[in-house]
Design a protein around this ligand. Structure first.
Ligand SMILES: *Cc1c(COP(=O)(O)O)cnc(C)c1O
Length: 352
C-alpha cells in the first residue's frame, strides 16, 4: 500500500460514536456527526450515522455535495455561516444551515422558493468566544425576520464556544442559551426543535451535569474521530484515541551524533536549532513532512521522539536498533495533523 497514508478505522469511529450517543441520550442530547476533519468522508459519516448520530454536519458545502453525490440522504447541516455566493448550492444540498446574517437568510429563502423547498436555519448566538454568532440582544429581531420568510423554517438556536477565544462552554453559558430559547418561544409563540449547545468542547459539561436545560443537540467531530475532548485534550473514558493514524515509510535509519557540527544558522523552517547534548542516537527519517501533515501534531510510537521536520522529511530519535529501510511507522495524529493529512493530495486515504 502507498505511503504516507492516513488509516481510518471505521469500527473504532462507530464505537466512539455509539458510546457518546448513548451517554448523551441519557441527558436528552442527540449527536450531529461532524465530518469536516475528514474532508467530508462519506465512509466516516456513514459510520457515525450507523452508530446513532441523527445527521451529519460539515463546514463546507463542497463536502456536503460530495457526500450527496455518493448517495447519502441523511439530514445534513452546513456548520459554517453560508457564503452568500453559495446560497443556491446550500439550499440544494443541505437541509439546515447555521446562520448569523439576515441578508444571507433572505437569500437562502429566495433560492429555496425557486427550487420549491423549505430550508431550515439555526440561528447562532454569540456567547463570548467571539467567532460566529448574533449578539444575544439582536436575537429577537433576527427571529422575527426569519419567521417572516415563507421558504425558511426556524429550527432552533445554537452556539459555538472554545473555537477562537477559548471560552469554556460551562453551566453558566449553557443556561444562558436555555434562557434565550425559552424567551424566544414565549415572545413568538413558536417551538424551537433544536437547541444546539456546541462542539466536542461541550462534553465535559454535558457528561458532568444532570441538568442540561434546553440543550438537546451537540455537533461532534474531534471526539468521535480522535476520542479526545478539545479543552484539555484528555482522552474521553472508554473511547479509542487511535481510530485515525498516519503511516509513513522509513527512508533512512542510522546511528548518528546528537549534535550537528559546523557553523549553524536557521533551519529550513526558520528555527534556530537547539543545542543538542553530546553522544550518539538512532536517527530515522520518514518520508513525511509539512507538505503532508502538521509534524507538531504527531505522536510517534513508544520509545521514539520527533526531532523535527522539513517539507518532506520527518526525523525521529530512538535507541538502537535502527529500523529497516522500507518498513513503516504508525503515528498518532491530533486534529491539526489529521486535517492537513486529509487535505494533502500526497497522503493516501485507507479505511478498515
Ligand atoms: C467544527 C465545528 C464543530 C465540531 O467541532 P469538534 O470540536 O470537532 O467537535 C461544531 N460546530 C461548528 C460550528 C464547527 O465549526
Amino acid at each position: 500500500m502507498s505511503a504516507p497514508r492516513i488509516r481510518i478505522d471505521l469500527e473504532k469511529i462507530r464505537h466512539n460514536t455509539r458510546t457518546l450517543v448513548e451517554r448523551l441520550a441519557k441527558r436528552g442530547i442527540d449527536v450531529t456527526g461532524v465530518t469536516k476533519a475528514t474532508v467530508g468522508s462519506a465512509r466516516a459519516g456513514a459510520a457515525m450515522l450507523s452508530a446513532g448520530a441523527t445527521g451529519l454536519g460539515d463546514s463546507r458545502i463542497e463536502n456536503i455535495e460530495a457526500m450527496r453525490r455518493l448517495g447519502m440522504t441523511c439530514p445534513m447541516t452546513l456548520l459554517r455561516s453560508p457564503m452568500l455566493s453559495q446560497a443556491r448550492r446550500i439550499v440544494e444540498s443541505a437541509n439546515t444551515s447555521l446562520n448569523t446574517e439576515l441578508e444571507v437568510i433572505d437569500t437562502l429563502s429566495h433560492h429555496a422558493s425557486q427550487s420549491e423547498r423549505v430550508h431550515a436555519v439555526v440561528l447562532m448566538v454569540e456567547l463570548g468566544d467571539l467567532r460566529e454568532g448574533l449578539m444575544p440582544g439582536d436575537l429577537s429581531h433576527a427571529v422575527r425576520e426569519a419567521l417572516r420568510l415563507p421558504y425558511i423554517t426556524l429550527r432552533g438556536i445554537g452556539t459555538n464556544l472554545a473555537c477562537h477565544g477559548g471560552v469554556v462552554p460551562d453551566a453558566e453559558k449553557m443556561s444562558e442559551l436555555s434562557k434565550l430559547a425559552d424567551s424566544i418561544e414565549s415572545e413568538f409563540g413558536v417551538h424551537l426543535d433544536v437547541v444546539s449547545g456546541g462542539n466536542s468542547a461541550n462534553l465535559d459539561w454535558a457528561l458532568g451535569t444532570h441538568d442540561t436545560g434546553r440543550v438537546n443537540n451537540l455537533r461532534l467531530g474531534e471526539s468521535l474521530l480522535l476520542g479526545r475532548e478539545p479543552l484539555h485534550r484528555h482522552r474521553i473514558d472508554g473511547l479509542h484515541t487511535d481510530a485515525v493514524t498516519l503511516i509513513a515509510e522509513v527512508i533512512e535509519s542510522k546511528v548518528k551524533p546528537r549534535r550537528p557540527w559546523g557553523n549553524t544558522a536557521q533551519s529550513a523552517f526558520g528555527d534556530q536549532p537547539a543545542i543538542a547534548p553530546a553522544g550518539f542516537t538512532v536517527r530515522t527519517i520518514l518520508a513525511l513532512g509539512h507538505q503532508d501533515t502538521d509534524p507538531s501534531g504527531l505522536e510517534p510510537p513508544e520509545g521514539f521522539a520527533v526531532l523535527g521536520a522539513s517539507s518532506d522529511h520527518l526525523i525521529l530519535n530512538s535507541r538502537p536498533p535502527c529500523l529497516p529501510v522500507g518498513s513503516e511507522v504508525c503515528l498518532g495524529v491530533n486534529y491539526s495533523a489529521l486535517l492537513r493529512a486529509m487535505t494533502s493530495a500526497s497522503v493516501a486515504k485507507s479505511f478498515d
